[in-house]
Design a protein around this ligand. Structure first.
Ligand code: AMP
Length: 127
């Protein structure tokens, strides 16, 4: 994994240097709409801190931030009305995971039925 780049897009959004469509913010997390939504609801939740990845976040973040961040993820999903019908939660990790922005973030997808093709796996062969 690359070292944390303080000029990554999400760091700049956190500092208020770039705009975002904010849906939630507290002391631990910021949530905003993905600029290229892949579902009727597509929101990104990012922790307030300099963490490249899930591994980095889990190893380095203080316990208060870990708990606060994951509670914020759950709250955003609930507040967006995603709980009753369900939603998908994704965190791309590193190059093989397809991570493009190296500030740890969680995608929340909702508002439609998600495919079962996890990880872009091909559909099972029909017999
Ligand atoms: P990934 O790092 O692959 O998990 O995904 C990064 C996500 O950030 C992509 O879904 C992009 O569409 C999204 N994204 C990139 N720039 C912005 C931005 N300025 N505002 C909101 N979302 C963004």
């Amino acid at each position: 994994m690359p070292p944390y780049d303080r000029n990554n897009i999400f760091a700049r959004i956190l500092r208020g240097e770039l705009p975002c469509k904010k849906v939630y913010e507290d002391a631990f997390a910021l949530a905003f709409r993905d600029i290229r939504p892949l579902a009727p609801v597509h929101v990104l939740v990012i922790p307030k801190g300099e963490y490249v990845s899930q591994a980095d976040f889990c190893a380095e973040a203080p316990a208060e931030l870990l708990v606060g961040f994951w509670r914020a993820v759950a709250k955003v999903a609930k507040d967006l009305g995603l709980e009753p019908d369900g939603y998908r939660m994704v965190a791309n990790h590193g190059p093989n995971g397809g991570q493009l922005v190296f500030h740890f973030h969680v995608h929340l997808f909702g508002g439609r039925q998600m495919s079962h093709r996890m990880g872009n796996a091909p559909e099972p062969e029909q017999k």
